[in-house]
Design a protein around this ligand. Structure first.
Ligand code: 5GP
Length: 115
């Protein structure tokens, strides 16, 4: 399977779909989920073209992997959810329920989440 350059997050990264970026650095950007499942629901995506978690861990450079996860931590801090807690979700592939084929982490927070 090849990376789809027309997936919605690729278009956001390319600036072809306008998005209110909450965070940006060399490795990642973050923006609010279009259909929030909790009071705080933010997506963090790497700037590199990786389809999913397995593609990322297999093919990204170590500095991209580190940079991306550090960005996730910074976004959680910026959102002010560290003290009360939050959930990270990475849906991967068909059985994982992944809809957009560009790696993304959901940061979900702002209420006690069901187990
Ligand atoms: P997945 O199911 O792939 O893990 O999650 C994809 C997420 O992307 C969904 O929660 C969906 O609401 C969100 N999403 C889909 N299209 C857009 C969009 O154009 N803009 C934003 N901000 N979020 C989107």
């Amino acid at each position: 399977m090849a990376y789809d350059d027309n997936n919605v997050f690729a278009l956001i990264l390319a600036g072809k779909i306008p998005t209110n970026k909450l965070y940006e650095d060399e490795y990642a950007i973050a923006f609010k989920d279009l259909h929030p499942k909790a009071p705080v629901h933010v997506l963090v995506i790497p700037k590199g073209k990786y389809m999913n978690f397995s593609d990322f861990t297999s093919n990204a450079k170590p500095e991209e992997v580190a940079g991306f996860f550090k960005a996730v931590g910074k976004v959680a801090e910026q959102l002010g959810v560290v003290e009360d807690g939050y959930r990270l979700i990475m849906n991967t592939g068909n059985n994982g329920g992944q809809e957009v084929p560009h790696l993304h982490v959901h940061i979900v927070a702002g209420k006690k989440l069901p187990v």
